[in-house]
Design a protein around this ligand. Structure first.
Ligand code: SAM
Length: 216
C-alpha cells in the first residue's frame, strides 16, 4: 500500500484545476484510438486524475461500463463535477478494490510510474482484465523529471521487459510528444517540455511511450 505523503501532494499541490479547465483532449483522443473499438466494452481509467480519458471513453467512445480510479480526492472531485454519470473510485493502484476479470479496456496515462511498486501495479492490472483485453499504458522515458514525489523512469527496453515479464504482449508502441509546452506555464516546465519535444523526434528518445498491449 502507498504511504500518505505522495497522496497529500496530489490532494494539495497537483495541477488538477488546470487539467480540468483546459483538458488536452486532442492528445487523449489520439491515445484512445489505440483502444478502438471502445463501444460496448467495459473501460477502466487507472490513475484517472481529473478524469478526461474516462469521460471521452463514455461520451465519444460509448463504452458500456466506465470506471475511473485515483487515490487523490482532489482529482476525483474534478472528475465527479464534469461527469457524475461515471463511477469514480478512490483507491490505490497497487491494491485495486475491483473484481478479477472485470474489464476489457484499460487506459493509464502518466500514472503507473508514480506507484510505489510498479510490478505490483502491473499484477493488479492483469488481475482485473479479461484474457485478450487491450490496454494502453503511457509511461515516461528515462530523462523525464516532473515535480511529482515518486517517479520511476527507464528507457524503452526497460519498460518493455517489465511489461512482458508481467505477462503482457506488446502489440505496438506509439509516440507521445508530451504535454503542450505552455500548459501550466512556468519557465522551468516550458524549457523542459521544449527539450522533450525536440528529443521526441529521435527514435526511442520520445518524451513518453504509448505501449499498446494485450493481456495474454
Ligand atoms: C500525472 S497524473 C495523471 C492523471 C491522469 N491520468 C491524466 O492523464 O491527467 C498522475 C496521477 O496518478 C495518481 N496516482 C499516483 N499514485 C497512485 C496510486 N498509488 N494509486 C492511485 N493513483 C495514483 C495521482 O493521484 C495522479 O492523479
Amino acid at each position: 500500500m502507498t504511504s500518505t505523503a505522495p497522496r497529500a501532494f496530489y490532494d494539495s499541490q497537483y495541477h488538477y484545476e488546470e487539467d480540468a479547465s483546459r483538458p488536452d483532449e486532442k492528445r487523449i483522443r489520439r491515445a484512445l484510438r489505440h483502444l478502438q473499438p471502445i463501444e460496448g466494452r467495459d473501460f477502466f481509467d487507472l490513475g484517472c486524475g481529473a478524469g478526461w480519458a474516462a469521460r471521452l471513453a463514455k461520451v465519444d467512445g460509448r463504452a458500456k461500463k466506465v470506471v475511473g480510479l485515483d487515490f487523490s480526492r482532489t482529482g476525483l472531485l474534478h472528475a465527479r463535477r464534469h461527469s457524475p454519470q461515471i463511477a469514480w473510485i478512490q483507491g490505490d493502484g497497487t491494491a485495486l478494490p475491483l473484481a478479477d476479470a472485470a474489464f476489457d479496456r484499460l487506459f493509464c496515462n502518466g500514472s503507473l510510474e508514480h506507484f510505489p511498486d510498479i510490478d505490483r501495479g502491473l499484477r493488479e492490472i492483469a488481475r482485473i482484465l479479461r484474457p485478450g483485453a487491450r490496454l494502453v499504458l503511457i509511461v515516461p522515458n528515462f530523462y523525464v523529471k516532473t515535480e511529482q514525489p515518486m517517479e520511476f523512469r527507464t528507457h524503452y527496453w526497460g519498460w518493455k521487459r517489465k511489461l512482458e515479464t508481467a505477462g503482457f504482449l506488446v502489440e505496438k508502441t506509439g509516440i507521445d510528444w508530451g504535454p503542450p509546452v505552455f500548459k501550466n506555464a512556468n519557465l522551468k516546465r516550458v524549457i523542459a517540455r521544449t527539450i522533450g519535444k525536440i528529443l521526441s523526434a529521435i527514435p526511442f528518445m520520445q518524451y513518453q511511450f504509448i505501449f499498446v498491449l494485450t493481456r495474454a
